[in-house]
Design a protein around this ligand. Sequence first.
Ligand code: NAD
Ligand code: UDP
Ligand code: UDP
Length: 327
Amino acid sequence: DLPPLPRMHMETGGGEQKLPVGLRRQQRRIVVTGGAGFVGSHLVDKLMARGDSVIVIDNFFTGRRENLAHHFGSPRFELIRHDVVDPILLEVDQIYHLACPASPYKTNVMGTLNMLGLAKRIGARFLLTSTSEVYGDPLEHPQKETYWGNVNPIGERSCYDEGKRTAETLAMDYHRGADVEVRIARIFNTYGPRMCIDDGRVVSNFVAQAIRKQPLTVYGDGKQTRSFQYVSDLVDGLISLMEGDYIGPFNLGNPGEFTMLELAQVVKETVDPSASIEFKPNTADDPHKRKPDITKAKALLNWEPKVSLREGLPLMVSDFRQRLLNG
Ligand code: NAD
Ligand code: UDP
Ligand code: UDP
């Protein structure tokens, strides 16, 4: 094993304002796994803006270099193409662990294990981005963090649900057994600029369909609900959690609850009032409703979302228009 590096007092890079030593905030070295993805790249923007040194680990499974292109050349930024299923040696203070592909059991288990092993070796704080899917098709509504969930262990979506549940278990095990400082976020459906266009999520589907003048595909009767959070609110919550004193888990989501038919209506109003709706069969084990109880995050992290769906959607729509019409 490599010994941990001494905490370096790094200078900020060329062209940036340099404060006298006494006034400089200690610069942190931070790893963001999955940092080339949708949420990760926004998180990286915020960490870079406050002066931290950021290393992104990403295998570009769904992430894109373009999401980070504006940081290339900064002496505080590094991008490593690496699969977190393989071990890696680094020296950092904090690890935001977001890496997660679409069919993700191995990444959630092996990748989380490696990042926890890394955190243990170097004494870094570790944040896991878990998911509201750990609640499965919930029998409690809205969901509090104390709810244990209703998950089918052998269903089509269980490699995601159970993968994240296992990742939470590993994080708590490393916390109890190896004193790793862990933080757990349970993220509810999040949307915003840079979201994957074609990965089948409902907001990206509806927005892309409306822009392409295709019918919006509503699965099932469209009465199932979700709660949609704008990405900047999530990033604020992740940073508050990492910097705070509480392990969690914390629900990070917007309590505003919409049926898929209501969402289709908001997308129509925002993009194209003449868009039509087409009903399609729903997928197996689709949760009927989901809405976060965020009392705990409000009280302990002093966090709550600020951006409503009607405010956030236009910001995503302009990004999607640009990407769809230019490529
Ligand atoms: P995303 O697909 O845009 O980002 C995931 C990133 O991880 C991508 O850049 C991908 O290339 C990378 N990656 C995947 N497998 C990897 C591996 N084995 N090694 C290295 N990198 C790998 O997804 P996102 O929406 O930004 O999600 C980020 C995190 O938040 C994920 O852990 C996800 O489960 C969680 N989350 C997101 C939402 C949401 O609504 N967006 C909801 C709940 C939880
Ligand atoms: N690991 C890593 N980087 C490190 C330290 C550990 O990727 O800097 C990996 C290591 O290869 C192992 C996992 O993290 O696969 C768990 O490490 P830990 O030391 O907890 O477990 P052990 O190796 O003792 O089984
Ligand atoms: N959905 C839909 N049309 C689509 C894609 C999804 O009606 O084109 C529905 C899906 O059945 C589910 C909800 O939207 O009830 C949210 O799906 P998504 O995959 O975005 O998120 P998750 O199910 O993981 O919360």
